[in-house]
Write a protein that binds this ligand. Structure first.
Ligand SMILES: [Fe+2]
Length: 289
């Protein structure tokens, strides 16, 4: 199963300051085209928040027009730049959202998808309150043996980017305890920081996706100014292998052609057959016998 993650789309009107810096709407349109035409095509797309820049009705209309072109099942989460009530008023409540928040579970795929709504109205930081954490643990305990993918907006760990960590997540330690008690949670992904960042909790990987629009500059000391950059927009992909997840982040809007190595080889079919005969190096091999 291949899960695509789009994050921090920041869809905005033409005249907005951010669109003059990076054209988030155009980039999201290209991201949708990339996802629709890639091989293999992802089974699902999860959007981990900051779908719009200001949470206005006009922005959700634009968002709906762009994401309406996506030909893959899509699961939305709000971020701190969103207004979930406006989202629902404009786009309707998605059928997978069954309660007052965007905490929901999707059971239709090989891996169980668990959405965690980390937003708090009117605030840029996130919070998981006690009732929400209890409900999450109850959800996870429903299927302790089924591989589970959790997705949220605010990362539940300190990224080292000080000004993003200062609008981080309250309740992260409690979430860590829950994940440790539920080892079927094989991957937790987030957005918010506009950079690919990863760390681990026990045997679970935590990953933040880059933005489909502007990125956050590396700023690992609080003397570094808070900067956003025109580093390339990216998508993230999480491949469930049956044993675990393997995650990638890739640029989808690059310039220049690729170099096809096969075209440099005289007898590519024979060379490919030889490579495939060797197979992935880890398969069936052991250094200790
Ligand atoms: Fe964002």
């Amino acid at each position: 199963m291949l899960i695509a993650q789009i994050s921090d789309l920041h869809v905005a009107p033409d005249e907005s300051f951010m669109r003059k810096f990076v054209d988030a709407n155009e980039l999201l349109t290209r991201a949708v085209e990339y996802l629709n035409t890639m091989t293999p095509r992802p089974d699902v797309v999860v959007a981990t928040g900051d779908l719009t820049d200001h949470g206005t009705a006009d922005e959700y209309v634009m968002l709906g027009e762009i994401l309406g072109g996506l030909e893959i099942p899509l699961y939305l989460l709000p971020g701190n730049h969103d207004e979930p009530d406006v989202l629902r008023a404009v786009l309707g409540t998605p059928d997978y959202v069954t309660g007052p928040t965007f905490d929901y579970t999707v059971e239709d795929h090989a891996v169980r998808l668990v959405a965690i709504d980390s937003t708090t109205p009117g605030r840029h930081d996130g919070e998981l309150d006690a009732a929400q954490l209890l409900a999450l643990e109850a959800r996870l305990r429903e299927q302790p043996d089924r591989p589970t993918f959790c997705f949220m907006h605010h990362p539940p760990f300190e990224t080292g980017i000080w000004w993003m960590d200062c609008i981080g997540l309250t309740g992260a330690r409690d979430l860590e305890a829950i994940v440790r008690r539920n080892p079927q949670v094989r991957l937790v992904v987030a957005g918010h920081v506009h950079r690919p960042v990863s760390t681990v909790w026990g045997s679970t990987l935590l990953f933040t996706a880059p933005s489909t629009a502007h990125q956050t500059a590396m700023a690992l000391h609080d003397d570094c100014p808070p900067r956003i950059t025109t580093e390339p927009p990216m998508l993230a992909f999480h491949q469930w292998t049956g044993d675990g997840f393997v995650s990638h982040a890739t640029v989808f809007d690059k310039e220049g052609p690729d170099l096809n190595i096969a075209e440099l080889v005289g007898d590519w079919p024979s060379a490919k057959a030889s490579i495939l005969e060797r197979g992935p190096m880890h398969k069936g091999s052991s250094a200790v016998g």
